[in-house]
Design a protein around this ligand. Sequence first.
Ligand code: 5GP
Ligand code: ZN
Length: 116
Amino acid sequence: MTDCIFCKIAKGEIPSRKIYEDDDIFAFHDINPQRPVHFMIIPKAHIATLYDADVRHHAALGKILTKAGELARGEGLDDGFRLIANTGRVGGQEVYHLHFHVLGGPEPVGPMVQRL
Ligand code: 5GP
Ligand code: ZN
């Protein structure tokens, strides 16, 4: 995807505060942090949403889940964190390149969602 902001970040065409990179995934700090620590882990391949993920993406998505704890610890989150993948309109997704938010800090992140 040529005009996808997260594709450009993953390629280094747009600067970011990078945390980690390998052949399949890229992790970088959120530009507008919602918690003392807030970064994102993305597949390098352009996958718009979780609806669009399929068997071709098993390696990258598996890597994201198995790296999340290590990367969180590396950012000082050794007492828990929250992993979020906002999906589509109802999920509140703003950037249509699949990403997993990692959020945490000294205090509990709080309720999972706002109750109806
Ligand atoms: P979403 O609502 O799609 O789950 O979250 C998108 C996130 O991307 C937001 O938290 C927003 O702050 C972050 N974001 C948007 N544009 C940029 C950018 O150019 N650089 C970085 N580092 N984060 C961005
Ligand atoms: Zn993209």
